[in-house]
Design a protein around this ligand. Structure first.
Ligand code: NAP
Length: 207
């Protein structure tokens, strides 16, 4: 089992953290609102604790669960406090109407975050292709992830499995762009072809 810290206390942090507690992981909740962090930790139970924003997180894995528009600034604010951590970037980077991405051509949100963390930290993109409310329903879902460091990816993969989810490695961090591109795809499916946000994307392996 893993030791996980969440920076951010919104819907995604709550949904992943609840499954993390159920999966026997050690969970720390961190937010800019200390009272909210304590409240969420108490609500989750399972020994979840509240940490202090901006100080060294307790977890070996840190789930960055803030909007992409704040993510680079938040990790820059943390600076060396994230040294040696495996950082899971769960952000979606789509624009206001979810028809495109806010990141410049030639990069991705995950790569921009990776530039801002200490050299000893490793960024893995994961969870951006699952809706928080669907995660909270407890289904077994596919979770795509991308990253450059094999050990970091192995620990994220084991963490995903501990949540009752199937980890699917899509390659190096350069692939994060295509995972982020799945954000508008999911929004388009929800608004058009499926007609509901109660959906998940997965892979069928055919024999
Ligand atoms: N919602 C989904 O279904 C979904 C699916 C896949 C990926 N994602 C991604 O997951 C991430 C979190 O989404 P969410 O739906 O959980 O969002 P959310 O419910 O709006 O929560 C965002 C959290 O980030 C915190 N935050 C925002 N700006 C901050 C800053 N500058 N410094 C510190 N904390 C800050 C907020 O703090 P306060 O509590 O103080 O406001 C809040 O706790 C986003 O990157 C999103 O793209 C979301």
């Amino acid at each position: 089992m893993s030791s996980i810290s969440f920076i951010g206390l919104g819907g995604m942090a709550s949904a992943i953290a609840a499954r993390a507690v159920a999966g026997g992981n050690t969970v720390e909740l961190i937010g800019r609102d200390a009272a909210k962090a304590k409240g969420l930790a108490a609500a989750l139970g399972g020994g979840a604790t509240a940490g202090t924003f901006g100080t060294v997180p307790a977890g070996d894995i840190v789930v960055l669960a803030v909007p992409y528009t704040s993510a680079v600034q938040v990790v820059a604010q943390y600076g060396d406090a994230l040294a040696g951590k495996v950082i899971i970037d769960i952000s979606n980077t789509f624009n206001a109407d979810a028809t495109g991405l806010v990141t410049p051509v030639g990069t991705s949100g995950a790569q921009e975050i990776a530039k801002a963390v200490p050299a000893s930290a490793h960024v893995v993109k994961a969870f951006n292709t699952v809706f928080g409310h669907v995660l909270a329903q407890g289904h077994s879902l596919d979770v795509f992830f991308a990253g450059d460091d094999a050990r970091a990816k192995a620990s994220v993969s084991a963490f995903i499995e501990s949540l009752g989810l199937r980890p699917l490695d899509v390659g190096g961090l350069e692939m994060a762009l295509w995972l982020e591109g799945m954000g508008p795809l999911m929004m388009g499916l929800a608004r058009h072809g499926v007609g509901s946000f109660n959906l998940s994307l997965g892979v069928s392996v055919l024999s």
